[in-house]
Write a new protein. Structure first.
Length: 99
């Protein structure tokens, strides 16, 4: 018997559908994405805090040499560290059925 949507017989269509139904989706779940974002945010915070410590050490070891650029960098680091999207992430996780 012919299936008008594909021009093939129903058995061919049925076997193809079974094959594709068994393939796992290639896109990650929203929960996986949320967990990755949390991990990345934690890594960013750690990197910024380490950079802040390093810049302060350089400033102490070479006073006056790089103060202007270090102070500008420290201001940007402090601004980045003061930003938090944790509450927004919690809302997204809750709406997505996560935590």
């Amino acid at each position: 018997m012919k299936d008008n949507s594909t021009g093939k017989n129903e058995n061919f269509y049925s076997l193809g559908k079974q094959m594709f139904d068994r393939i796992q989706p290639l896109t990650p779940t929203i929960q996986t994405d949320i967990e990755l974002l949390y991990k990345e945010n934690s890594a960013d915070i750690d990197a910024l805090e380490d950079a802040k410590i390093t810049l302060n050490v350089i400033k102490e070891v070479e006073p006056g040499t790089f103060d202007e650029i270090i102070d500008s960098s420290l201001a940007l680091i402090d601004k980045a560290l003061s930003m938090s999207y944790g509450d927004a992430m919690e809302r997204v996780a809750t709406k997505a059925g996560g935590a």
